[in-house]
Design a protein around this ligand. Structure first.
Ligand code: UDP
Length: 345
């Protein structure tokens, strides 16, 4: 980090370990003593930041928690809490030169704080701002606020940037920065670590293993891989991840689907794991199956860093990571048959 790097207040609405939070962890570490993180929810992300020596505090979201990406009109209580949080963010920001918002909710309150303490606000946009991910009114509000108050919008892919400008976002604000992912944890995995990880799962030694990493959500496509598995008699699949934002019913539905398809003994639900590099290296193929356009897809880069063939759905930022047929294979979204055929290739 350059000696001239500004001192930054990083703001994130989540306390869970999603891709946005894991990216922020790397970024905040790179800023060293110039970084301070403010979370708007408590959770394992706080513990991970603390373990890395990054100063972190939590200001709970309150009624703003109930505002979802698809929400059309937030409640009056949500507006009250947005003002309360903007004042809290402002208090922290007084000690810093810049406010960096890692999510849309974080940007809304940071934009308010920026006005209060006259600090520039950078929004790291990690979402494709378009239906079906976001309601139209939500997109309009976020883009209008960005045009008025963001000093810069960092987009994590060309696809993310394109959705922002298509929704009326000012192109001059945007800088595209693809996520950088540290290769060291992947390079550090020895063959015996991968073998031990596989053994611990109780999978037959010579079985072919495909794995899907990601939080449980219908748009991440776990259901599509399950369907594909039904057409691949000897293949085992690892589902690595958990519902992070209240999708427990979806997780139960996946278990029921596995039983119904008769693949329960070959579908392994491992929950949220911190040993992703080992589990990727224990797999024969890493699959990504998102049914809506993926803004970036860290798991795709990670599969490549683990030196495993990666199959991914072709929309969103994925085509900026994989050259089809050269550095991976792209399949159409929500197409279990195409996915099964590609896994069997
Ligand atoms: N991940 C993890 N443990 C799990 C499942 C996923 O650490 O059990 C990590 C995964 O390695 C990746 C991130 O969560 O770094 C997911 O990021 P991605 O960009 O693929 O998806 P997002 O969560 O941002 O939609």
């Amino acid at each position: 980090m350059s000696a001239h790097a500004p001192s930054v207040l990083f703001v994130d609405h989540a306390g869970v370990l999603g891709g946005a939070e894991l990216s922020l962890l790397d970024l905040a570490r790179a800023f060293g003593e110039r970084a301070e993180v403010l979370l708007l929810s408590d959770g394992p992300f706080r513990a991970l930041l603390e373990a890395r020596g990054i100063p972190v505090s939590v200001e709970p979201l309150g009624a703003l928690r109930r505002v979802k990406k698809e929400t059309r009109l937030p409640s009056p209580a949500a507006f009250t809490d947005a003002f309360r949080l903007a004042r809290r963010v402002a208090t922290h920001a007084r000690r810093r030169a810049l406010i960096y918002a890692n999510s849309q909710k974080a940007f809304v309150v940071s934009a308010g704080a920026g006005v209060l303490v006259h600090r520039p606000v950078v929004w790291h946009l990690r979402d494709i701002l378009a239906p079906p991910h976001f309601s139209a009114s939500n997109v309009r509000a976020a883009v209008t606020l960005a045009n008025l108050r963001a000093a810069r919008v960092i987009a994590n892919s060309r696809a993310t940037a394109a959705a922002f400008t298509a929704a009326g976002g000012r192109a001059s604000l945007v800088r595209i920065v693809h996520n950088g992912i540290d290769p060291l944890p992947f390079d550090a995995v020895r063959d015996e670590d991968a073998a031990a990880a596989r053994l611990s799962l109780g999978i037959p030694k010579d079985a072919f293993v495909v794995s899907l990493f990601g939080r449980f959500h219908p748009w991440k496509g776990q259901q599509v891989l399950l369907q594909a598995l039904a057409a691949l008699p000897a293949v085992h699949a690892l589902f690595v991840g958990a519902p992070l934002f209240g999708e427990e019913a979806f997780e139960s539905a996946l278990h029921a689907q596995a039983r119904k398809l008769g693949v329960g003994d070959r579908a392994h639900f491992l929950g949220f794991r911190l040993d992703v590099p080992e589990l990727m290296r224990a797999s024969d193929v890493v699959a990504h199956a998102s049914v809506y356009p993926e803004p970036f897809g860290r798991v795709i880069v990670e599969g490549m860093l683990a030196r495993r063939p990666v199959i991914a759905t072709r929309d969103g930022g994925v085509g900026e990571i994989i050259t089809d047929g050269e550095t991976g294979v792209l399949v159409p979204p929500n197409d279990a048959e195409a996915l099964a055929k590609t896994i069997a290739m």
